[in-house]
Ligand binder design. Structure first.
Ligand code: ZN
Length: 438
């Protein structure tokens, strides 16, 4: 749905949230404005290559393993056994740390710069639909070598002197007689996972609108869909059209150059409207979330709860009571009008009725379905009466004792609510008691 007219919006609110509809006046001169909120879940996997280099004086079995790698012409990066690295680690180390550090740095830049790694030649382990968290090491063939020990020229022996000072042949201290120095360069792919969820509005976010309201409109268990693959010889991108405008923002958080990207997204249309709070008359902004699927109304800055808290206890009791009978159609209408008149009289007798209290009670009366519009209006006007003189004898003559008792109980509750029973309150209560028992 692209356009929502103000008439349609009013109707949706009236149908889906009658209580809210009755507590506000929607400004029908202002057209609803659409704001698309997008909820996105992204699961990504990126691969980083941490390169290492080991130079050591290696024995024959290790030499054979390394030679096999160097001689294998088909693989640029060859999967190797971890034992080979362990073998290099326990063999006599050849190069100095300084040499290692600078070479490693250069190699890391080369591998992670992205330009020099052809990922097609690296076949990573997978688990189900994703990359395994633990990956095997890969030898970088072009950076592996086997050379004669430069110290002994590959003889394993060097000139020295014995205890008596005579010249003698000794085991080369650099290669420990192994004669051969092997260099193994390798990397272990590191899989970095990111899982994020975002609620975004690309153009004009609604001020003070809690995005949690949008989250309530997404699937309970969203299923993400694969949209990007750059791994194990597969290169494909299939982003949904609707998701494209949001990708830059997602990539700010997940990083560029991912190997795998899975997405779930859901666009929740929200429409803003202007309403007037019946109690405060203030103009406010309201939002209708997802109007066609499952409309939810969010009134921004609605402070009717605050108003209720400011009301005096007597008015609160009456307001609550009116609320409790709002939907009941089973009542004796004449008795109901008597109850309302008597309760209003008790509130009036209790002291000055503030503007807020008047508005709140007017609203409560307006919600009593059994009354006609004219009746509601007449009853609401009584709230502005300065005293209880609007009451007539008829107001005390209930059709049923039950209705009379219920009214009496509320009136007593009101009278006791402020601790001090007002004289007029007491008179009204006494009169009703008398009539009920007559
Ligand atoms: Zn040597």
């Amino acid at each position: 749905m692209e356009q929502l007219t103000i008439g349609a919006l009013c109707e949706i609110i009236r149908q889906s949230a009658p209580k809210i509809y009755n507590s506000i006046t929607i400004d029908t001169a202002v057209a609803p404005r659409k704001h698309n909120y997008c909820y996105i879940e992204a699961h990504t996997q990126r691969v980083e290559f941490k390169t290492e280099r080991r130079s050591a004086a290696i024995d024959e079995p290790l030499q054979n393993d390394l030679r096999a790698i160097i001689d294998n012409s088909s693989e640029t990066y060859e999967r190797i056994d971890k034992d080979l690295i362990d073998g290099f680690n326990s063999a006599p180390k050849f190069s100095t740390e300084g040499f290692f550090a600078s070479t490693k740095k250069k190699m890391n830049e080369l591998m992670n710069g992205g330009r020099n790694v052809d990922h097609h030649h690296i076949s990573l382990d997978t688990e189900g639909n994703s990359l395994s968290k633990i990956q095997p090491p890969f030898a970088i063939k072009a950076e592996c070598s086997i050379t004669d020990c430069p110290n002994c020229k590959g003889t394993g022996l060097v000139e020295g002197t014995d205890a008596q000072g005579n010249p003698t042949q000794q085991l080369c201290p650099e290669c420990k007689g192994n004669k051969i120095i092997g260099t193994l360069s390798y990397f272990i792919p590191k899989v970095i996972e990111k899982n994020i969820s975002l609620t975004l509005c690309l153009e004009d976010e609604i001020e003070d609108f809690p995005t949690s309201a949008v989250k309530a409109h997404i699937d309970e268990k969203p299923v993400a869909k694969r949209m990007l693959t750059h791994v194990n010889g597969v290169d494909s991108e299939a982003f949904d059209q609707a998701l494209l405008p949001y990708l830059d923002i997602v990539h700010d958080k997940t990083g560029e150059g991912n190997a795998i990207e899975d997405y779930y997204y859901c666009i929740v249309p929200c429409y803003t409207f202007t309403y007037r709070n019946i109690m405060t008359s203030e103009l406010k902004k309201g939002v209708i979330v997802n109007p066609t699927e499952s409309p939810e109304i969010v009134l921004i800055g609605n402070d009717s709860t605050k108003i209720i808290n400011r009301m005096k206890d007597s008015a609160k009791i009456v307001s609550r009571f009116f609320g409790s009978i709002a939907g009941s159609a089973q009542r004796d209408k004449d008795d109901l009008k008597r109850t309302i008149r008597l309760l209003i009289a008790t509130v009036v007798a209790d002291g000055i009725v503030s503007e807020e209290e008047k508005q709140s009670l007017t609203l409560a009366i307006r919600n009593i379905e059994i009354l006609t519009g004219k009746e509601r209006e007449e009853l609401s006007e009584l709230l502005s009466a300065g005293d209880t003189s609007f009451l007539t004898d008829d107001d005390f003559h209930f059709h049923s004792k039950e209705n009379s008792d219920e009214t009496l109980a509320r009136m007593q509750e009101i009278a006791n609510s402020d601790g001090l029973v007002h004289e007029t309150e007491r008179d009204l209560i006494e009169k009703l008691k008398l009539e009920a028992n007559a």
